[in-house]
Design a protein around this ligand. Structure first.
Ligand SMILES: [Zn+2]
Length: 568
């Protein structure tokens, strides 16, 4: 069948990709490396960079498609094999890609690339990639992925006795958002009972991960894995001292507000004290739920974007028209939700599992924020500038959640106000938790020889600092400092967590601005999306007229506005 050339209007079912040939890529990348350093012809050098970017785009389209197919049906052997092929391919491919980055970094024509591609920022990103990888650590990287997979399998595969049958972790977490307090407590008891039993295994896996990561850091010539973590996250314009200052800001400004919010929550729920299993519930009747299924919600979302912004409306209709959303829960479909991106076609794809909770509306407001950003910046000069580092990427998603506030009636009817208040309160209480996770990881990797018991004691201390209201009652595992073992990022994505809190600080500023200047907030949001990853984090934040999270007092206005809205 003749394949029409890819466009943003290609329907999903007509998209196809072929597995790349590593040897052919090696030859093609060697040609690129030769041209970017050796050629005297600027046009030829520029063409080489474009050729390289197109090849990278195709590899990334193939990997994204394989990942998506597998998630859409984890029972299909064909997709499982394809995913394994991607996993085996990637470390070798990273090595090839880095050879071109190195050639560009060392090229005598750096100034020329800087001008033509605005590559100054890309050079900084590639320096990070160089600091995070060397062929000597390839085996350790594979071993790291295996340990992470063991953790994900152990936690994802847990079948825990609950009520009349067994439940997975997501069901037990979901049950803690329900209106029945005794059921919430029973769910928490079942969940943490499982962690208590599995503690030796989970401690062992983490201990191996910390040791392995410390070894990789040494091989790469760094003092500790903290440096590797920052390089992996491609942090080019802030360091750990800035992050430390931000954590302090949250501790001083947000923690006291959260304590008041939790006290208010106890009153609303009519309980003496908010226990850990009450924290997700803000009103006696439970969280507001959207009033229809996936089809109904997609139609409401289209109306919402029509009302909010013409660009977003056209974009969302393109996604619906071309089948770029997979929202319904099905047997065999993987858990969770994400937005992925196909560079060859210039379009994103949103994957989710609707379950009748407020989280379903969030798929439209959060994941579509990621999707819209990728689409808006698809023509940026380098592939590195289409995607963003994650602290920047989460600004697009978290801010859209707030910018969509005026339209929430479409999903929640007269519960919309309760939805908005809960969203705001949860976003604020998330900040101390997020910085606690980050603080924990710094201390863990600065002291790789600490014992598992030391790590639990450390978490307990940090939780008392950042969440002084938290009370686990007699639930042994979390009461003794084990909550972090539930947080997948601690095992799988080191140093990722602060990114959510940095982005949330920016998203809350968009929320605050939209209250008085809706048009101005929308204009700078849309412009920020189009900039994609073409600038480092602080510059992107500045370009949108937001205060940097690393500036003292950055949360002052937000906290004041939130107090007004939430009445504390
Ligand atoms: Zn996100």
């Amino acid at each position: 069948m003749p394949q029409s050339s890819p466009t943003t209007e290609t329907p999903f079912h007509e998209m196809s990709t072929a597995a790349p040939d590593l040897d052919a890529l090696r030859d093609a990348f060697e040609d690129v490396a030769r041209d970017v350093t050796g050629s005297d012809d600027p046009a030829r050098r520029a063409e080489a960079v474009r050729r390289w970017d197109a090849l990278r785009g195709s590899v990334s389209t193939w990997a994204a498609m394989a990942h998506l197919h597998f998630n859409q049906d984890t029972t299909d052997e064909r997709w499982r094999r394809e995913r394994e092929e991607v996993d085996a391919f990637m470390p070798r491919y990273t090595d090839l890609e880095l050879r071109v980055k190195r050639a560009l970094l060392e090229s005598p024509h750096r100034d020329d690339f800087r001008e033509r591609f605005g590559a100054g920022h890309a050079f900084d990103l590639w320096e990070c990639d160089r600091a995070a990888f060397a062929p000597d650590i390839q085996d350790d990287l594979v071993a790291e992925q295996k340990l992470v997979a063991s953790y994900i399998e152990a936690v994802g595969g847990a079948r825990i006795p609950f009520e009349d049958g067994t439940a997975g972790l997501s069901t037990l977490v979901g049950a803690q958002g329900g209106p029945d307090r005794a059921r919430r407590e029973a769910a928490a008891r079942a969940l943490w009972g499982w962690f208590d039993t599995e503690r030796p295994k989970l401690d062992g896996l983490f201990d191996e991960l910390v040791t392995l990561r410390a070894r990789m850091a040494r091989t790469l010539g760094h003092d500790s894995f903290v440096d590797v973590g920052y390089a992996r996250k491609r942090r080019v314009d802030y360091d750990r001292r800035d992050v430390e200052g931000f954590r302090k800001e949250v501790l001083e400004r947000v923690v006291p507000l959260c304590e008041e919010l939790v006290a208010r929550q106890a009153e609303a729920l009519g309980v003496d004290k908010v226990m850990s299993w009450d924290e997700k519930v803000h009103r006696p009747q439970g969280a507001p739920a959207p009033r229809g299924d996936a089809g109904w919600m997609t139609a409401r979302a289209a109306e919402m974007f029509d009302a909010l912004h013409p660009g977003l409306s056209d974009f969302f209709r393109l996604m619906v028209r071309n089948g770029l959303l997979d929202l319904e829960t099905r047997d065999g479909k993987a858990f969770g939700g994400f937005c992925t991106w196909f560079p060859d076609y210039g379009v994103p794809f949103v994957f989710a599992n609707f379950n009748g909770t407020p989280g379903d509306a969030r798929v439209f407001t959060h994941e579509i924020g990621h999707a819209f950003q990728r689409y808006s910046s698809r023509d940026n000069a380098l592939l590195d500038y289409v995607g963003c580092t994650s602290e920047s990427a989460e600004i697009h998603s978290m801010s859209l959640e707030f910018l969509c506030w005026p339209e929430m009636e479409r999903f929640f009817g007269d519960d919309a106000d309760d939805f908005r208040r809960q969203h705001l309160a949860e976003q604020l209480t998330f900040l101390p938790y997020g910085v606690a996770v980050d603080h924990f990881q710094h201390l863990v990797y600065e002291n790789p020889d600490a014992s598992p018991a030391d790590r639990h004691a450390l978490w307990k201390e940090l939780e008392a600092t950042y969440a002084p209201w938290r009370d686990y009652g007699d639930l042994t595992h979390p009461a003794q400092g084990g909550y972090w073992q539930y947080q997948r990022h601690v095992y799988a994505y080191p140093f990722y967590y602060i990114d959510y809190t940095l982005a949330a600080t920016c998203a809350l500023q968009f929320w605050s601005r939209a209250r008085t200047d809706r048009k101005g907030a929308w204009d700078s949001y849309v412009e920020l999306c189009a900039r994609g990853g073409s600038l480092p984090f602080r510059k992107l934040v500045e370009s949108a007229g937001l205060r940097s999270p690393f500036e003292a007092g950055c949360l002052a206005q937000v906290v004041e506005d939130a107090r007004g809205v939430l009445g504390v």
